[in-house]
Design a protein around this ligand. Structure first.
Ligand code: ADP
Ligand code: MG
Ligand code: ZN
Length: 377
């Protein structure tokens, strides 16, 4: 039985705004002192009232148009209820059945169309910092605006996810919607993946969701390692269930929790924010802004011959796997290793070459060099 992956993606983008989503707290939280960008609203005090940030909503709508979505004339916020220490209100204000934008798409270089189900607005949670014996909470991120893009499960190859992610980032930057600095958590990826027989039309009745991945390279690595794991499980006759997994550069994906029996979120309309209605004039203005910007960049691009960006190589081997190869190469080449010890650093490059060869080009030379340096001293 030949299996192929089915993959869907959720992307969280932090739109560039002056203040948070529902309160006047400044949104410049990067490197800010813990809990210095907070107020009773984003700390979830009872009795406070959220006031939606129109700048964030507008950016979400600009993103929707840039992703070829339709903008809703009527939209509303909903409460997504769950309990977690970094969510002081006990619910997150998000959007459930009436998102700001629906039915978009991105066409990949191959011509394949990836459908975008929705783009909606929500607020971010705080951050838990786990120490050895305690957990500290930083609420600077609590109540930051987030635009969430949800695709249909249209990807059949991790490389397509990579290309899609980069396209979303380029689009968000081009229209000044978000800086998408992944190191600063301004863009986060979550991929869902299942396996089905080639030719099968229906979706598998399970999926593994890989949470909070903060690099394009890692999303590819995580998905490839899931393909291997799920294929092996299915070939073994296992029945796979819905689950939430994390990703670690060294370990691959790991089980965080089984989704089966996960409490539901008891979504209901946010009673403290009236439903939103957008006039045709306002929505046309949004479309016009995107169209103008598009025109501007097109003329600019025609002027300065566009530089072709070379695609970055993605190395799939995990560090632990590379380490095994490095160790065996060192054992097989003990005389070279001895030369390195006496200070002949050039000899190290020979070993790097051997590892690259043994790893069939799937190991990152930078990581190989680092491992060799750490093993031979
Ligand atoms: P919900 O969160 O409302 O349950 P879905 O489960 O339909 O929504 O989809 C959540 C994400 O998972 C979407 O990105 C979707 O494309 C993806 N997805 C849904 N079913 C599968 C599947 N069988 N395999 C892989 N991805 C899936
Ligand atoms: Mg989700
Ligand atoms: Zn606040």
């Amino acid at each position: 039985m030949q299996l192929e992956p089915v993959i869907g993606l959720e992307v969280h983008l932090q739109p560039k705004t002056k203040s948070k989503m529902f309160c006047p707290c400044p949104a410049d939280i990067w490197k800010a002192e813990s809990n210095s960008r907070v107020c009773p609203v984003c700390l979830g005090y009872p009795g406070t009232l959220p006031v939606p940030n129109i700048e964030a909503i507008r950016k979400c709508q600009l993103l929707g148009i840039a992703l070829s979505c339709q903008l809703a004339g009527l939209s509303k916020f909903d409460r997504k209820n769950y309990f977690y220490p970094d969510l002081p209100k006990g619910y997150q204000i998000s959007q459930y059945d009436e998102p700001l934008c629906v039915n978009g798409n991105i066409t990949l270089a191959s011509g394949k169309v990836i459908r975008i189900r929705r783009v909606h607005m929500e607020e971010d949670t705080g951050k838990s910092l786990h120490g050895d014996s305690d957990t500290l909470l930083d609420f600077n991120k609590s109540g930051m605006p987030l635009c969430e893009i949800v695709t249909e499960p249209d990807f059949s190859d991790p490389e397509e996810v990579y290309e899609f992610g980069k396209r979303v980032r380029d689009i968000a930057r081009k229209y000044s919607i978000s800086d998408c600095d992944m190191e600063k958590g301004q863009m986060r990826l979550e991929a869902s993946i299942s396996m089905r027989s080639v030719g099968q039309k229906e979706l598998p009745n399970y999926r593994a969701e890989i949470k909070n991945i903060n690099s394009f390279k890692f999303v590819v690595m995580a998905l490839k390692s899931e393909i291997v794991r799920q294929t092996a499980e299915l070939m073994n006759g296992s029945i796979l269930k819905n689950e939430t997994r994390g990703f670690d550069e060294k370990l691959g994906t790991f089980l965080m929790r089984e989704k089966e029996g996960e409490k539901d979120y008891r979504y209901f309309p946010e009673p403290d924010i009236p439903p939103m209605s957008f006039s045709t004039d306002y929505l046309n203005e949004i479309k016009e802004e995107i169209r103008k910007k598009e025109e501007e960049t097109n003329t600019k691009e025609n002027k300065n011959e566009t530089k072709q960006e070379r695609p970055q190589k993605v190395y799939l081997m995990l560090e632990d796997q590379v380490l095994d190869i490095v160790k065996s190469v060192i054992l097989e080449n003990s005389s070279v290793a001895a030369q390195i010890k006496t200070g002949k650093t050039n000899a190290a490059m020979f070993l790097v070459g051997q590892v690259v060869k043994n790893a069939k080009g799937q190991a990152d030379p930078k990581i190989i060099k680092k491992l060799i340096d750490s093993l031979i001293r």
